[in-house]
Write a protein that binds this ligand. Structure first.
Ligand code: PGA
Length: 237
């Protein structure tokens, strides 16, 4: 199982270090074997000596250059970062990233051998427009993306479920994950209002290979609890 924390625009560098250390200690103390990822805010990136994989929430598809406000490969290399989140709905919808730009980023970091957590998901009006329209919308988010890339992890995150406390029904999650598995055999995470009280149930669903957690991951004890759930589920298999 894969358990990933997207810290978004939260936690300073000092707080992030404490967070990563707490997760690392928890995993070591409890001999946990799950793949744990943490995505700190850009200015909280650092060199972490840990088995937890620390990745970037974003970077521009360039080594360095004149791209005000962005970071490039040099900045990731400084901290040995080889993992990146691409296509998150907040970057698509709030920052206005187009599929073209996202695919460009994907290909740039793919060529460099990065592990990529690639996010897809529909806004509410697309879901309400019916399965066919919703799948067309999601299909378009696969344009320009190599779904056979061996270091690809996909996260299905319905936009309307992110940070809202709403989640699709378990049946809906299974239905869409089953569809998405036809497009790519990469590990497939669910994201969107995953909390301690629903993580176990969601991770146990068919075709769910883990979770990408935002707000509920900010409380490190809760995130660690979700990693424990993943470990327990793995042992059952
Ligand atoms: P959330 O965010 O858990 O706060 O809904 C998930 C995400 O955006 O990855």
């Amino acid at each position: 199982m894969i358990v990933a924390a997207n810290l978004k625009t939260n936690l300073t560098r000092k707080e992030t270090r404490e967070y990563v250390n707490a997760v690392e200690n928890f995993a070591l103390t409890n001999s946990l074997t799950q793949d744990i990822f943490v995505f700190p805010a850009t200015s909280s990136l650092d060199t972490f000596e840990t088995k937890v994989t620390v990745g970037a929430q974003n970077a521009y598809a360039v080594q360095n250059g004149a791209f005000t406000g962005e970071i490039g490969l040099d900045h990731l290399d400084e901290f040995g970062i080889k993992t990146i989140l691409i296509g998150h709905s907040e970057r698509r919808h709030i920052l206005g990233e187009t599929q073209e730009l996202i695919a460009q980023k994907f290909n740039y970091f793919k060529e460099l051998g990065f592990t990529i957590i690639y996010c897809v998901g529909e806004p509410l009006e697309k879901r309400e427009a019916g399965t066919e329209r919703m799948m067309e919308y999601i299909d378009a988010q696969y344009e320009g993306i190599d779904t056979n890339y061996e270091k690809l992890i996909i996260a299905y995150e319905p936009v309307w479920a992110i940070g809202t406390g709403l989640t699709p029904t378990n049946e809906d999650i299974v239905a869409i994950h089953t569809e998405l598995k036809k497009k790519s055999l990469s590990p497939l995470l669910y994201g969107g209002s995953v909390k301690v009280n629903n993580a176990q149930e969601i991770m146990a669903l068919e075709n769910v290979d883990g979770v990408l957690v935002g707000s509920a991951a900010l409380k490190v004890e809760d995130f660690c609890q979700m990693v424990t759930f993943a470990e327990e589920l793995d042992k059952l298999v």
